[in-house]
Design a protein around this ligand. Structure first.
Ligand code: NDP
Length: 245
């Protein structure tokens, strides 16, 4: 097990990609905390599944759009488990709307969850990390290509993570802490169900012609968290079944 003795925090770990990632990191030996906003029962069931693997787990209610809550979640994780080695900035919300209807509140909320929350969590986590620490953020293939209208805000917020990740690589590199970005394509979760409205349109754009699974994104995160990835930093990884090809 590659992550024995490590402690991880996954934001938005109650469902979908975050839940799969939390479980995967635990199966590699890490103790894992997850945050959630509303799905308390699901967060608790992720905790139970992790504990069944013999690892310690913790569910923390923390809205990534709230600066104090997201910072407190980092502090609580480090306090409860005695250290923090891996941060996965995964919490995310879908947003699509015609450009003309975007409100200031929409823009602030999406940027607060995706960008400000990730940056604040990373700032707080980095204070606890030592050499070998890992910051892994979850972006989107829509950060690199925008194949339809109405997603300017979502794409803008996700592409900000590309610059954030490169900056973090520079800021944290001297301490042997890496920062990378995983950009999923259409992945079968509550946010984007493989049998949902619009799924066929997305599938038609994918080289492999099929949705990804949350576990596939989790595999990439687990690799980037492992010692084998110690020379990878500032990089973005498309895991999109060829949607952007
Ligand atoms: P889901 O909607 O299935 O799950 C979202 C998770 O994020 C839940 O655990 C949810 O918590 C949590 N969350 C939402 N808002 C907040 C918040 N303000 N603070 C803390 N946690 C929050 O989404 P996915 O698993 O599909 O998405 C995970 C990430 O992957 C997101 O960043 C998304 O943008 C990205 N992504 C997803 C793709 C897809 O096709 N599914 C494609 C590309 C990127 P709760 O359960 O309490 O609501």
């Amino acid at each position: 097990m590659k992550l024995n003795g490590k402690v991880a925090l996954v934001t938005g770990g109650s469902r979908g990609i975050g839940a799969a990632t939390a479980l995967r990191l635990a199966r590699e030996g890490a103790d894992v905390a997850v945050t959630y906003v509303s799905a308390e029962a699901q967060a608790k069931s992720v905790v139970a599944e992790i504990e069944a693997t013999g690892r310690r787990a913790l569910a923390i209610r923390a809205d990534s759009a709230d600066a104090a809550e997201v910072t407190d979640a980092v502090e609580r994780t480090a306090q409860e488990f005695g250290r923090l080695d891996i941060l996965v900035n995964n919490a995310g919300i879908w947003h699509d709307a015609p450009l003309d209807s975007l409100t200031v509140e929409d823009i602030d909320r999406v940027f607060a969850v995706h960008v400000r929350g990730s940056l604040l969590a990373t700032q707080a986590a980095a204070r606890h990390m030592t050499a070998g620490g890992r910051v892994i953020s979850i972006g989107s293939n829509l950060a690199e290509r925008v194949p339809f209208d109405g997603i300017t805000l979502y794409s803008a917020s996700k592409s900000a993570l590309i610059g954030m990740t490169k900056g973090l690589a520079r800021d944290l590199g001297p301490r042997e802490i890496t920062a990378n970005l995983v950009n999923p394509g259409p992945t079968d979760t509550d946010m984007n169900p493989a049998d949902g409205e619009g799924a066929d349109v997305q599938r038609a754009q994918m080289a492999l012609g099929r949705y990804g699974k949350p576990e596939g994104i989790a595999d990439t995160v687990a690799f980037l968290a492992s010692p084998e990835a110690d020379s990878i930093t500032g990089a973005s990884f498309l895991v999109d079944a060829g949607a952007n090809a």
